[in-house]
Design a protein around this ligand. Sequence first.
Ligand code: ATP
Length: 252
Amino acid sequence: MTFEAVDICKAFDGFEVLRNVSISMPLDGLVGLIGPNGAGKSTLFSVISGFMPPSSGHVTFDGMSMDGMSASARARQGMVRTFQVPKEFSHLTVRENLMAAAPGQAGESLSGLFLRPGLIRQQEKALKARADEVIAFLRLDRVADSSAGLLSGGQKKLLELGRALMVEPRLILLDEPFAGVNPVLIAEIMERIRELNGRGIGFFIIEHDLEALTRLVSHLYVMDQGAILAEGEPAAVLAEKAVRDAYLGGEA
Ligand SMILES: Nc1ncnc2c1ncn2[C@@H]1O[C@H](COP(=O)(O)OP(=O)(O)OP(=O)(O)O)[C@@H](O)[C@H]1O
């Protein structure tokens, strides 16, 4: 069971941001993606998660082609992404944010709302139970009924992970889960990721905090100027001269 992106290209107004990027990972793997600012990492996430069409290239998930699928269709198949800047609804509570993240609710359409009120009540009960499970797992109990806008930066990252978990994913793409998060909460987020990975959920993680990332992942990809520069076991990859030159400015 693998996730594969093959020869992904993406251009904005003729400017090539992704040049034949290929990734392959086990669906239950823990894989990192690093690279200097502007290397194309977030664009790669947007393309493989269906938020942006590629100029060319293919994505397969457990042997199934995802080419042309919307982001929500990909999420229903089990692949979901988080964003660098958390996308919570700040006026809703943490629990409401989680409930709103689950896909395919009957109440989403007007016909569902008017024709199937019983079904909606039943779905809402199940959603609330699922949200409460996620809240307990992420230790967000104390803020479950607070407005999401009032959370700390680290708690917002946890909520972002929680919103991904509501989709019951098989593979989560995390965009900078540790950015702006204090060390205690980083350790906690890492622990939750490890626990989820132990249950078979795969992670593909963009992160600038190399120290934290290399403690977490078993395989690392490095991007520079829209292309994959290196991949492999993290310590070996970080020792490569080309990587040090590109990513660390050659000073390491
Ligand atoms: N929607 C867009 N339209 C035009 N150019 C874009 C768009 N999105 C990204 N780019 C450009 O694509 C390049 C790659 O950006 P991207 O955000 O993917 O890099 P990144 O590696 O994630 O960087 P960072 O680590 O700073 O987040 C940059 O030059 C950026 O300006």
